[in-house]
Design a protein around this ligand. Structure first.
Ligand code: EPZ
Length: 430
């Protein structure tokens, strides 16, 4: 069993390079199955486990996936021979359902087991299904939770999303890109990785307009071809390091970012009294003593991202005054609060609201990473706490943060990954 051990209290200083975006990578890798050709994808965070698992899934259907170097992969889709992905693969990550849209787009039929992923409450796929049906597909959920989608011929059509869904927007784009005629997605998600996927597909010869607005128009094309494409930097990894710099009262340059993608985070840091300087491809974050309180409401892009909510709660747990967080996306994204209480935070949760009374400091404690971003929050808490924090269940963190120990150590943090036998012999008892 691996743990992180953090001796807190060190101000972070220096420069950290941000990796390619996980949530773009896990959409763009399956998109490569839409052509019968070779795609080269650069700036891939190839060592995080969600990306490794997505590469394995492509191999399981016959694609040849190889690493050209540690951030460039080559996908040869000419050898794909299957339209099915089973639960042994899909249980590991939510994004496995992008193979439904991609294989449906390739073959007009696909069978993919319902996905796993972070437990953030109910995670329905009704909007994905609605989109596939609007393209003329029949979708059945079989007894063993296999989603079976098939069509005689996919035909473009209008799709209005009842909720703004990143996953549904991506899946419908994947299925529609080679459908006959025009698909129009209304109330589409606008996250940076939606735009990145559209740019990748357009580089492959697709005709997609409007990505990044709430109306996306996809004119189906006959075929797509291979290409070379470099994915965007990870907005949430960058935001996490910005908050770690602020939380430790440090001075950090977060390099290889698109500052526009980080505006909602920069704005909140400025409101808290933290110094933020924007440059073309980097952001400098300097602590400025104890931070001021602020309120946060998570919303679809360009609002404050839900994937930064746990990290922000840690920062606010030591702010001057009382802050209120309102979670606008997920019903169960406060599980980490129990861990922060162990470290001396004062937080009350009522449904989608969390009321945080700032305390002077957090105390190191043994804690758990309940999911990916909760794990990132525990790291920030450990970095700023007095004493030693041990974080269990770090496999969640490895799903989305590349070389996190090396990157933080490079900024002066005292963090180690250690391998310890589980004294109880019981895994995940909680
Ligand atoms: C993506 O999840 C991200 N995952 C999540 O990041 C992120 O938290 C989320 O978008 C919101 O920004 C990936 O990109 C791989 P949604 P996704 O569909 O696509 C409801 C991380 O930490 N909904 O936009 O699954 C849903 O219940 C992960 O990197 C429906 O009702 O999220 C939620 O309330 C965690 N029906 C809201 O929409 C549907 O068919 C937004 O979900 C689909 C979604």
């Amino acid at each position: 069993m691996e743990k992180f051990v953090i001796n807190g209290g060190t101000e972070l200083h220096g420069t950290v390079n941000i990796s390619g975006a996980k949530n773009a990578a896990v959409a763009i890798i399956p998109a490569a199955v839409l052509c019968d050709d070779i795609c080269v994808i650069e700036n891939i965070p190839s060592s995080i486990s969600d990306v490794v698992m997505m590469m394995r899934m492509l191999e399981s259907i016959g694609a040849k996936v190889s690493l050209r170097n540690k951030s460039t992969i080559e996908i040869d889709s000419r050898t794909i021979h299957s339209d099915s992905v089973n639960y042994e693969f899909t249980k590991h990550l939510r994004a496995s359902y992008y193979l439904l849209g991609a294989l449906l787009g390739r073959y007009s039929h696909a069978k993919v087991a319902m996905p796993g992923g972070c437990d953030l409450g109910v995670r329905p796929i009704d909007q994905h299904i609605k989109g596939f049906e609007a393209l003329g597909a029949q979708v059945n959920i079989e007894e063993n939770a296999i989603v079976d989608a098939h069509a005689e011929e996919l035909r473009g059509g209008p799709v209005y999303l009842d909720v703004v869904s990143v996953g549904a927007t991506i899946n419908i784009m994947l299925a529609a890109v080679k459908a006959k005629g025009m698909t129009v997605i209304e109330n589409a998600a606008k996250e940076p990785h939606i735009v990145d996927l559209a740019n990748f597909l357009n580089t492959m010869g697709a005709d997609i307009r409007g990505a990044g607005t709430d109306t996306i128009k996809i004119r189906g094309v006959e075929s797509l071809h291979g290409c070379t494409y470099s994915i965007i930097p990870d907005q949430i990894e960058a935001g996490t390091y910005m908050l770690a710099a602020a939380a430790t009262n440090g001075d950090v340059i977060i390099n290889n970012v698109i500052p526009k993608h980080l505006e909602s985070i920069s704005t909140k840091l400025l409101e808290c009294g933290v110094k933020v300087e924007e440059y073309d491809e980097c952001i400098r974050v300097c602590g400025n003593g104890r931070i001021n309180r602020c309120n946060i409401k998570t919303m679809p892009h360009p609002g404050f991202p839900t994937d930064m909510q746990p990290q922000m709660a840690v920062l606010l747990s030591v702010a001057k005054g009382t802050s209120i967080i309102s979670e606008g996306i997920w019903e169960n994204r406060y599980r980490y609060v129990e861990q922060l209480l162990r470290m001396g935070a004062s937080i009350k949760v009522d449904g989608k609201l969390a009321v945080i009374e700032g305390v002077e400091y957090l105390k190191g404690a043994p804690v758990r990473a309940d999911d990916l971003r909760a794990g990132a929050a525990m790291i920030i808490a450990g970095l700023m706490a007095h004493g030693t924090t041990e974080i269990e269940d770090i496999l969640h963190i490895d799903r989305g943060y590349e070389n996190v120990v090396e990157k933080l150590t490079g900024l002066g943090a005292d963090i180690q990954r250690i391998d310890v036998p589980d004294p109880t012999g019981i895994r995940n008892a909680g």
